[in-house]
Design a protein around this ligand. Structure first.
Ligand SMILES: Nc1nc2c(ncn2[C@@H]2O[C@H](COP(=O)(O)OP(=O)(O)OP(=O)(O)O)[C@@H](O)[C@H]2O)c(=O)[nH]1
Ligand SMILES: [Mg+2]
Length: 490
C-alpha cells in the first residue's frame, strides 16, 4: 500500500520523476551517478559558504567600489579583468594556469582549423571554377567574415602536399571536438558558429563561458583532477592529454603556418590570424611542447568569449596620499556581443565607474554577429549610448582606446585608415595622428551628450601587463579619491 502510494506520488510529481535513477541502471553507472551528485553537492555547499562569507563582510565594511567593464565583443574586457586579478590576487590568477592551458590549446587548434577551412574553400572554388562557368561560392569561415573581404578571389592552386598536410592535421580536429564535447555537459559553456556550406570541415565553433568559476572547474575535470591549484597538477603522463596530439602535430602546424601558398590565400581573404583573438601560431614551439605551462602573458592572450556576468572581488590596503583606509573592490565583466547587451542594464544604477573599452584597431573589421556593421562604428554608437544614458549620469567614465599595438602594426603595414573613415582625409597614416584623431571623435561624443563630464581616456594595449598595471593603478587612485570626495571625507 505504502509502496503503491509512493509510486503514485513519484508518477505524479515531475520533480520526483526527474530525481529517480534511470531505469536499468547498472552498478557502475549508479556509482558514477552518486559520485557526480556528491561532487555537485560539494560545489554547491562551497558556493553557499562563499556567499555567506561575502554577505557578512559586506555588512561589516565600508561600501565597495564597483567597476563595470563595457565594450563590444573582443574589445578586451575579460583581458582587463585578468589584469586586475594579476595585480590584486596574483596567487589565485596563477593557480588557474592549468585551466588556461586547455583554453590556449583550443585557441591553437581553432586557428589551424580556420586556415584549413580556407584551404578547403580555395580548393573547392578552384575545383568549381574548373568544372563550371559559375563563379565560386562566396561564403566564408567565421574567422574571415569579420573582415571586409575582397570581391574578386583568385586563389593560388593548392598541391597534393597541401592535401596530405590537411590529412595529417586531421587528429587536431578530433582534439577540438573532444575539448568541446567535454565542456558541454556542465552547462557553463555555449557554442556559436557560422554555417559554411563550402567547407568540408565541421563548422567553426567558439566556446563561451557563463561564469568564471564554473568553467575553470570544468577544465580541472578535463585534466583529470578534482582541483586545479597549479600547473603542477597537470597529469603530464596522461596519454589522452590534448597536449600529446598537439605535440605530435607541431611540425605540420608550423609547416602550414609558414607555407607561402597558404599565406597568399590569407592575403587574398584579408585574413590576418596574428590580429585575431587567441593567436598563438607564432609560439607553436613553446605551446605545443609536452610540458607546456602558460605564462602570464599567454593567459592574457587566451581567448574565451564571455556569456554571463563574472565578478572579481579584492581588497586594497592603501588609498591615495598614503591613506591607511582599506577598500573593497568589485570588478564586473560582461559579454559584449550585441544579443548580450541587454544584460548590462541591471548593473547601471550601482556602479562607481565604467571602464569602456573601444578597440581602435578594428576600423577595417565588421561585427561577427552582424557582418553589415563596422566594428569601429559600433563602438562609437555604443559609447554614445553609454554617455547619454540617464542611469549613468553620476558614474565616472574611463575610456580605454584599446588594441593600440594592433593599430600601430596595421597602419605600419600599409592599411589606410582613410579608406574606412573617409573624414580622416589626407592626414598621415601613422599611429600618432590616427590615435589622436580617434580620441577626438570619442571626446566630441562625450561633450555633445554629457557636457559636464570630464573625459578620462587612456591609450591601452591590455595584453601588455606592465603598461596596463600603471594605468589601472591610476584609475584605482582616481576612484578612491572620488569615493572619498563623495563621502565628504576630503
Ligand atoms: N594584441 C592585443 N590583443 C588584445 C588586446 N586586448 C585584448 N586582446 C585580445 O583580444 C581577445 C579578446 O579579448 P577579450 O578580453 O576576451 O574580449 P571581451 O571584450 O571580453 O569579449 P567578449 O567576452 O566577447 O565580450 C583576447 O584574445 C585578448 O587577448 C590588446 O590590446 N592587444
Ligand atoms: Mg569577455
Amino acid at each position: 500500500m505504502l509502496r503503491s502510494k509512493r509510486q503514485r506520488i513519484s508518477d505524479d510529481d515531475p520533480l520526483a520523476r526527474a530525481m529517480e535513477p534511470p531505469p536499468g541502471e547498472t552498478f557502475e553507472e549508479r556509482q558514477r551517478r552518486l559520485a557526480a551528485e556528491q561532487e555537485a553537492k560539494r560545489v554547491s555547499d562551497a558556493i553557499d559558504e562563499e556567499l555567506n562569507r561575502q554577505r557578512i563582510s559586506e555588512k561589516k565594511g565600508p561600501k565597495a567600489i564597483k567597476i563595470l567593464l563595457l565594450g563590444q565583443s573582443e574589445s578586451g574586457k575579460s583581458t582587463t579583468l585578468k589584469n586586475f586579478q594579476l595585480m590584486n590576487s596574483p596567487k589565485a590568477f596563477r593557480s588557474e594556469r592549468a585551466s588556461w592551458r586547455a583554453v590556449i590549446q583550443l585557441n591553437v587548434v581553432q586557428s589551424i582549423h580556420a586556415i584549413l577551412d580556407l584551404m578547403s574553400k580555395a580548393h573547392s572554388s578552384v575545383h568549381i571554377a574548373s568544372t563550371s562557368s559559375h563563379p565560386p561560392p562566396t561564403s566564408s569561415s567565421s574567422h574571415s567574415t569579420n573582415r571586409l573581404s575582397a570581391s574578386h578571389k583568385d586563389y593560388p592552386p593548392i598541391t597534393t602536399e597541401h592535401l596530405k598536410l590537411k590529412m595529417r592535421l586531421g587528429p587536431l580536429l578530433q582534439v577540438e571536438a573532444a575539448l568541446v564535447k567535454k565542456l558541454l555537459p556542465y552547462g557553463h559553456v555555449q557554442l556559436s558558429g557560422l554555417a559554411n556550406p563550402a567547407q568540408s570541415f565541421p563548422i567553426q565553433q567558439e566556446i563561451s563561458v557563463n561564469s568564471s568559476a564554473g568553467w575553470k572547474g570544468t577544465f580541472s575535470r578535463l585534466i583529470g583532477r578534482d582541483s586545479c591549484d597549479s600547473s603542477d597538477l597537470i597529469d603530464w603522463s596522461n596519454p589522452d592529454d590534448p597536449g600529446v596530439v598537439l605535440n605530435a602535430c607541431a611540425e605540420d602546424m608550423k609547416r602550414l603556418w609558414a607555407d607561402p601558398i597558404v599565406k597568399k590565400m590569407m592575403e587574398i581573404e584579408k585574413m590576418r590570424p596574428e590580429e585575431m583573438a587567441g593567436f598563438f601560431l607564432d609560439a607553436l614551439d613553446r605551446v605545443t611542447s609536452l610540458h607546456y605551462s602558460p605564462t602570464d602573458d599567454d593567459i592574457l592572450r587566451a581567448r574565451l568569449k564571455t556569456l554571463g556576468v563574472s565578478e572579481h572581488r579584492f581588497s586594497m590596503k592603501t588609498g591615495p596620499l598614503g591613506s591607511p583606509m582599506s577598500h573593497d573592490w568589485r570588478v564586473f565583466d560582461v559579454g559584449g556581443q550585441r544579443s548580450l547587451r541587454a544584460a548590462w542594464v541591471p548593473y547601471f544604477d550601482d556602479m562607481n565607474a565604467i571602464i569602456f573599452l573601444a578597440p581602435i584597431s578594428c576600423f577595417d573589421q565588421v561585427l561577427q554577429e552582424d557582418p553589415t556593421v563596422n566594428r569601429l562604428a559600433d563602438s562609437f554608437l555604443l559609447w554614445k549610448s553609454i554617455v547619454s544614458n540617464p542611469l549613468l549620469k553620476k558614474t565616472d567614465l574611463v575610456l580605454f582606446l584599446n588594441k593600440c599595438d594592433i593599430l600601430r602594426a596595421k597602419l605600419a603595414s600599409g592599411i589606410r585608415l582613410a579608406d574606412y573613415i573617409v573624414s580622416y582625409g589626407s592626414r598621415p597614416n601613422d599611429f600618432e595622428s590616427a590615435s589622436v584623431y580617434l580620441r577626438k571623435k570619442f571626446a566630441v561624443l562625450l561633450k555633445d551628450h554629457s557636457p559636464d563630464r570630464q573625459l578620462y581616456c587612456h591609450f591601452t594595449s591590455v595584453t601588455d601587463t606592465k603598461s596596463t598595471t600603471l594605468i589601472l593603478e591610476n584609475v584605482q587612485d582616481l576612484l578612491v579619491r572620488d569615493n572619498l570626495k563623495r563621502s565628504a571625507l576630503v
